[in-house]
Design a protein around this ligand. Structure first.
Ligand SMILES: [Zn+2]
Length: 143
């Protein structure tokens, strides 16, 4: 997938678009911000709008990036899902959904957890193990 290392804003994520995934040819312009402050983009070819978190764990989820990362950080620190669910008023199913989505975007999520939440690599590895994610498939990190 050519998209994996591309930055959002460099390619069109619309599979119907003739410029889908074509980083060189894409005509993506900045298109204001969402009410959460995320950069929004628009493809001049197909008119599709999307945000900087497109294709990530955060895309189209009800919770903010911070809430999701905070929750993942707590999980990585060994806090039980049931405790987090109770404390934050989030359904356990929702948290599991975030965790599974995060495992698919491991490299990106790890970067944020390591840098902003001071979670150790070992804790993060434990987090992925808990959802049966093997290593860093699709990620940028080499082991
Ligand atoms: Zn397009």
């Amino acid at each position: 997938m050519a998209n994996e290392l591309a930055q959002v804003g460099q390619f069109c994520p619309n599979e119907q678009c003739e410029l889908y995934g074509e980083i060189e040819a894409a005509q993506i312009i900045r298109f204001g911000k969402t009410k959460n402050g995320a950069q929004r983009y628009r493809c001049k070819s197909c008119g599709q709008t999307f945000t900087e978190t497109f294709g990530t764990v955060f895309y189209r989820r009800q919770a903010s990036r911070e809430t999701i990362l905070e929750t993942l950080a707590l999980l990585a620190e060994g806090v039980r899902i049931s405790s987090i669910a109770r404390a934050k008023g989030i359904k356990e199913d929702t948290i599991l959904d975030w965790l599974r989505a995060a495992a698919r975007q491991a490299a990106e999520v790890e970067e944020a957890l390591l840098k902003d939440y001071r979670i150790s690599q070992a804790q993060i590895d434990g987090l992925w193990t808990s959802v049966g994610h093997k290593g860093h498939k699709g990620g940028r990190r080499k082991r």
